[in-house]
Design a protein around this ligand. Structure first.
Ligand code: EPU
Length: 342
């Protein structure tokens, strides 16, 4: 375990915000984290904040409390057979490295999540999703330590309340209260490609590949290729992926809008609700590719706000508020940020 003070968070957030944390704790296993929280918590400045690779947050100013970083890199197979494997992965693993490792070992299911920035721990908190797959579909259990009193708690899949970009760890009662120490993924031993997302199908046609003889590595390459075409590389242009969530609206709202915009893209969620791409709402509101000083709306995917260089959290927030207002004025739909403001 390492405890440092006045620590720059610049390498720990993909938006590239140059802010300081009063204290930072990097720990290597759940036991030492639990011990620190049980017996040494009084030395730590508050508030407490656990981060992963900082790919889904926006620092608005220096952080006066304690930031926790997981360096837990264990990986063990808990069970294998009947077409499945259950693997326990340390929360500090980079998610994409875990996906690559899984494919090398013949474990399948999460290849469509390739190259999503962030750690395994955050994959459970955010229920990350892309190209028709959500992490929660493959998460068997999540092992945590309470940041309040250091006790250990295991959440089963059902207790996690996974939904679109949602888990119990984002709910009022649990938010910011637990450090995820490891995630148990239940993966398939047979490769069943998930090709429902239109962009993947189009790529298959473009490269003349039949779905029947597609390998998991080829699917991973296709996904990475689509991401690289649409999403900015945070090493080049600071960003936190999708800044907004896709709004889920009442079917009556969608019906009303379709009268005016017959080509509006939309996806059925259930009998009464429809999801509308925020990217489309933002583009129709004239923001695609636009900038406001040192911040901008990405030209290939308007869901992504970018730091054009040296921007502050406040500048991003001003842009975000303007977009939210314009979308609301044009469509009567209030889009919400997916990114956490700190
Ligand atoms: N669209 C536009 N203009 C654009 C881009 C997209 O109108 O410039 C419309 C199109 O109708 C398109 C639709 O938006 O069909 C959906 O676009 P896309 O397939 O790029 O996906 P998304 O709904 O905008 C979500 C996730 C992404 C994920 C993709 C692919 C959220 C908030 N975002 O975006 O996740 O990669 O689907 O599955 O759900 C992330 O979380 O950081 C992220 C990038």
């Amino acid at each position: 375990m390492q405890i440092e003070h006045n620590f720059s968070l610049l390498p720990h957030n993909t938006f590239g915000m140059d802010v300081l944390a009063d204290t930072i704790v990097s720990y290597d296993n759940a036991e030492e984290l639990s011990e620190l929280l049980r017996n040494g918590k009084q030395q730590l400045p508050l508030p407490l904040l656990h981060i992963g690779e900082g790919s889904n947050l926006l620092f608005m100013h220096d952080f006066p409390g304690t930031v926790f970083l997981s360096r837990i890199r264990e990986l063990s197979v808990l069970e294998q057979g009947n077409g499945h494997v259950i693997v326990r992965v340390g929360a500090g693993w980079n998610m994409d490295r875990f996906i690559a490792y899984s494919l090398e070992h013949g474990w399948y299911g999460i290849e469509n999540l390739s190259k999503i920035p962030g750690q395994v721990g955050a994959s459970a908190v955010q229920n990350i999703g892309a190209y028709g797959v959500e992490a929660g579909d493959y998460i068997y259990a999540v092992n945590c330590v309470s940041l309040e009193d250091g006790t250990v708690r295991r959440f089963s899949h059902d207790e996690c309340n996974f939904a679109y970009r949602h888990s119990i760890f984002k709910e009022e009662e649990y938010r910011g209260k637990y450090a995820v120490c490891s995630v148990e993924y239940r993966l398939d031993l047979a490769f069943k490609p998930q090709l429902n997302y239109g962009g993947i199908r189009q790529k298959l046609v473009a490269i003349g590949k039949e779905p029947d003889n597609l390998t998991a590595f080829e699917l991973r390459d296709i996904v990475i290729n689509i991401r690289e075409e649409k999403l900015p590389d945070p090493h080049v242009l600071g960003n936190a992926g999708s800044f907004f969530m896709n709004p889920v609206v009442d079917r009556s709202v969608s019906k009303r809008l379709l009268l005016q915009y017959p080509d509006m893209p939309r996806y059925d969620v259930d009998g009464g609700h429809v999801k509308i791409p925020a990217a489309w709402l933002i583009e129709q509101s004239g923001w695609k590719g636009k900038s406001l000083g040192r911040v901008g709306v990405h030209v290939n995917q308007p869901l992504v706000l970018v730091n054009l260089g040296g921007a502050t959290g406040t500048e991003i927030k001003i842009l975000s508020d303007r977009i939210i207002n314009d979308v609301f004025e044009n469509f009567g739909i209030r889009i919400s940020p997916e990114v956490n403001f700190i």
